[in-house]
Write a protein that binds this ligand. Structure first.
Ligand code: NAD
Length: 418
């Protein structure tokens, strides 16, 4: 499928092909499982603050609709392409199936740099994108959520634009909204909190004492910052973090609360006092117990996979490890990889809770949300680890096998129309 050609899409396809071989999925079923059901590309003209008009490209890919509506984030980043979005949509499908959510995967994005746009420009861009997507989305069709470069405010504008179009308030059109608009308690923290929970489970599995462990986190946005705080609550010392502008290190542990204040003021971790700067490349190969990539895809590659020095690789980002790097990591049994489709599933699980609450107009307390989140993660973790042990599979292959097999079975039972 040439329209999707992109290194990240090729990577997602290669992972799929490995699993399809492992599960012995017949050739006749492979393309149907692999390729997205629908994809949309839209041109988005907006008025800029300086009076000019600029056109941005927007995308949405819905991977499969076999198990329910599609679900997935919306990304604002200069490098967004249709192929990248298609890969992320595919991974969402396997993640939702692995955790037993009644969704197919989707992903969207706009090629833009939100850090260089005003709030008004971002609002106009978001509303125009939502307007263009209206024929293809809906609470029972496709539900968006925040991802890289988007946040609760972006979701609020989307919800408002859709609701104005329909003529009634429709909170269930997006998740990750502000709590005051029908968002769920615990959604903002869900992905990072889930990462903390799973690292704790992995530590149990390999006999690592969290209270004596160190962690390095790449990316200090929604997921990375909450993952760092969550690990700190388990007693872990976070010794280095980074963002797009730079990385910082303190062998004695970073003061995360002070760092949060520094980031709120300066919009970057760079320049934080009581830390020394280092490059993102150095950060990934620092000796530590827990390495958490929480930024972009394809960060652990064949160039650095042999050099990373951690005991747990917790993939908070989507697709941070390339298949070439996987081959190297598979030869390093001392590293326990929590694969992305499991590691960052907390976000979509609580998005699912938010959607359910919105549909029922009946809202839960945070304790209930967190309790239900951990139960689903526990079940998925146990299934992945036991399959991996039983069949001697790398954890990624085990996790993807569980997800892909469930989608395959659902497609088989429903049959092929006409
Ligand atoms: P975010 O925009 O809030 O934060 C991203 C962070 O990564 C920022 O600190 C940014 O500066 C940093 N970053 C960007 N490019 C970088 C680079 N080249 N090197 C180092 N740091 C860089 O986004 P987020 O919501 O935290 O998402 C992060 C990752 O987690 C993405 O892969 C996303 O798909 C994945 N994810 C997010 C959620 C969610 O609920 N938000 C759920 C599942 C997975």
């Amino acid at each position: 499928m040439e329209i999707y050609d992109h290194p990240t899409f090729r990577m997602a396809c290669r992972q799929f092909d490995l699993v399809a071989d492992h599960l012995q999925i017949p050739e006749s079923e492979r393309d149907r499982l692999k390729f997205p059901k629908r994809s949309m590309t839209v041109a988005l003209p907006i008025h800029c603050d300086n009076g000019s008009t600029k056109v941005f490209m927007g995308y949405r890919v819905q991977h499969h609709l076999t198990l329910g509506p599609t679900k997935g984030g919306l990304r604002y980043h200069p490098d967004v392409t249709l192929g990248e979005v298609a890969a992320l949509a595919m991974w969402m499908s396997w993640k939702c199936a692995l955790t037993g959510l009644p969704y197919g995967g989707a992903k969207g994005g706009i090629a833009c740099d939100p850090t260089k746009m005003s709030r008004n420009e971002l609002e106009r861009l978001t509303r125009r994108y939502t307007q263009e997507m209206i024929p293809f989305i809906g609470p029972q069709v496709d539900v968006m959520a925040p991802d890289l470069g988007t946040n609760e405010q972006v979701m609020a504008w989307m919800m408002d634009t859709y609701s104005v179009h329909v003529g009634a308030t429709v909170p269930s059109i997006v998740t990750g909204k502000p709590v005051g608009l029908g968002g769920s308690l615990g959604r903002r923290e869900a992905t990072g909190r889930g990462v903390g929970y799973l690292v704790n489970r992995a530590s149990d599995s390999i006999g690592l004492d969290m209270s004596k462990a160190t962690a390095v986190v790449q990316g200090f946005g929604n997921v990375g910052s909450i993952a760092a705080l969550s690990l700190a609550r388990y007693g872990v010392k976070v010794i280095a973090v980074s963002d797009v502008q730079g990385a910082i290190y303190n062998s004695g542990g970073l003061e995360l609360w002070d760092l949060e204040k520094h980031v709120a003021k300066n919009k970057t971790v760079a320049g934080f006092s009581e830390s020394e700067p280092l490059t993102n490349h150095q950060l990934l190969v620092l000796p530590c117990d827990i390495l958490v990539p929480a930024a972009l895809e394809r960060q652990i590659t064949e160039a650095n996979a042999g050099k990373i020095q951690c005991r747990i690789l917790a993939e908070a980002a989507n697709g941070p490890t390339t298949p070439e790097a996987d081959l190297i990591l598979n030869q390093r049994p001392e590293i326990f990889v929590i694969p992305d489709v499991l590691c960052n599933a907390g976000g979509v699980i609580v998005s699912y809770f938010e959607w359910v609450q919105d549909l029922q107009s009946f809202f839960w307390g945070e304790t209930e949300v967190v309790d239900k989140l951990f139960r689903i993660l526990e079940t998925a973790y146990t299934q992945v680890v036991s399959l991996s042990r039983k069949q001697k599979l790398p954890l990624r292959l085990a996790a993807l096998s569980l997800g892909i097999k469930r989608v395959q079975e659902a497609k088989r039972i429903r049959g092929l129309f006409p």
